[in-house]
Design a protein around this ligand. Structure first.
Ligand code: CA
Length: 185
């Protein structure tokens, strides 16, 4: 492979997965791209996950877990800030707590479904069947009861992103997401 095919970070963002993997195949050594420029540029195209959760410890844990997996994360600690975030951003998915300080999470789902198809995963300590049914009927895509295993959450998130044809509301393909996770130059 000629080096010129992967001579700059923007090439990675625009590239297909195959090209991206060819790039990775260079072995992360002497690829000719300044490390900071490459990582920063590719990170801009990672899927954005909005987390709406009022328990700070869980919020931080989710942020760290998602970031390690290569997702971008934006946080809101209440329904109002969450809605503002969702109006401003185009996330690939939303993780939503039902018990928020200013509003019921289920109301938020209903409102959101009036203008958005963004995948929603509910994370809640309310594990009664009627709560799950109500959240799913309101428009949630998944329901995970707290405490949950982060591995299962990540798997369900990947499944949801696959079902949404690999293109989140932010327009990023899984090829780019995979590239983001694996390419460090
Ligand atoms: Ca809560």
């Amino acid at each position: 492979m000629e080096r010129s095919r992967v001579s700059g970070p923007f090439r990675i963002v625009e590239s297909s997965l195959r090209q991206c993997e060819e790039f990775i195949g260079l072995g992360q050594v002497d690829c000719g791209i300044p490390r900071d420029a490459c990582v920063t540029t590719v990170e801009l195209n990672a899927p954005l996950i909005v987390v709406i959760e009022d328990e700070i410890a869980i919020l931080r844990f989710l942020n760290a877990s998602l970031s390690i997996e290569g997702y971008r994360v934006k946080e809101a600690e209440n329904a109002r800030d969450g809605l503002l975030l969702l109006l401003q951003e185009s996330p690939a998915a939303v993780l939503l707590d039902l018990g928020l300080p200013d509003r019921e999470g289920r109301e938020l789902i209903t409102e959101l479904r009036g203008w958005s198809r963004v995948p929603i995963i509910v994370l809640s300590a309310r594990d009664q069947e009627r709560e799950k049914v109500a959240a799913l009927d309101a428009g949630a895509d998944e329901f995970l009861s707290k405490p949950f295993h982060v591995g299962e959450l990540l798997a369900r998130l990947r499944a949801i992103l696959r079902r949404s044809d690999g293109i989140g509301a932010g327009g990023e393909s899984h090829a780019q997401a995979r590239c983001r996770r694996t390419s460090i130059c």
